[in-house]
Design a protein around this ligand. Sequence first.
Ligand SMILES: [Zn+2]
Length: 361
Amino acid sequence: MKRHETALSSGGTILRIEDLACPKCETPLQSGRESLTCSRCNQSWPIEAGVPHFVQQFPYWGEIPLEQMEEVNRRAEAGSWKSALLDFDDPDVQRASSMILNLDRANWQWLANLPPDSRVLDIGAGMGANSHALALEYREVVALEPVLERTRFMQQRFSQEGLSNVKIVRGSVWDLPFGPESFDLVAMNGVLEWVAQSKTGDAGEVQQQALRKMQRLLCPGGYIYIGIENRAMFQYLIGYLDPHCRLPFITILPRPLANWYAKRHGQSQGYRNYLYSSRGYRQLLEKTGFTDVEIYVAMPSYNDPRFLVPLKSNVFSYYSQAFNPVRGLSVRNLVRKMLLASGVYQQFQYSFAILARKATP
Ligand SMILES: [Zn+2]
């Protein structure tokens, strides 16, 4: 299979802490033993246990509640990161473990088809499943994560797995210590819908700002990956809760109405977790400097993608006829039958895996 080429700017060297750039002005940082400094902005960031911290205050957030997470870290530090999850008799930890351990989460990488000497940035790396999987395939991975407890977990995970090609950086979309054209692939798995949370101003504009930052970090021809929910999921039309702000109908309402509705339901910031339809994601990416947008339906979800089906295919009607035929005459079944017959069924699924490339000048 032919691999796409990207114009890698790093010339085959491994990114060192000394190569990081100021998140504000992109000046190369000066590194001391315990901190990094920008001589231009006159600002410093600490290095703790080899991990530079570009975010120092960030509320805990994660699939495991804080108390159990601290115990997971204690156990991982004392023994094995895997047993810390698998042998922990707690329902929250058990529920989260399969997702944290699942390296197939990054199976979308095969659609990008990058050469093995690529450098990858995993934004919002969480408990490290994507970074782990990517580190097995590519020269270097930077796992960027703002939550302290999760960076501590990843440190154990990667060092116990002998994955010396993953660098952990404590940071967020808004504190990126890298110069332009530093990466061949930037992964945003379950991130774009959260980026406006910590910012003011129009949420859609904030998401565009974040995407432009990613575009700047990519080498020409480099890939962005976005794993995200579909605004037009069929179940949202019948009142299913939005998985981010836990309100019904909010995803499908026009944005100003959604904003008003969220405020009325106690969310003082309004509605910030904008999702889009496939057409919306395509427009968003094209508007922010990307090209070759390819959208796949991730089934059952982008966090557990057993199937990645190209949006422009008739696999769904085949699948439905072969394995899951519509039986009975409920309204729901009739709607499904209609959507299948008209070939738009895939437009109403739960989530997408999206790949796009930075245009080559
Ligand atoms: Zn600076």
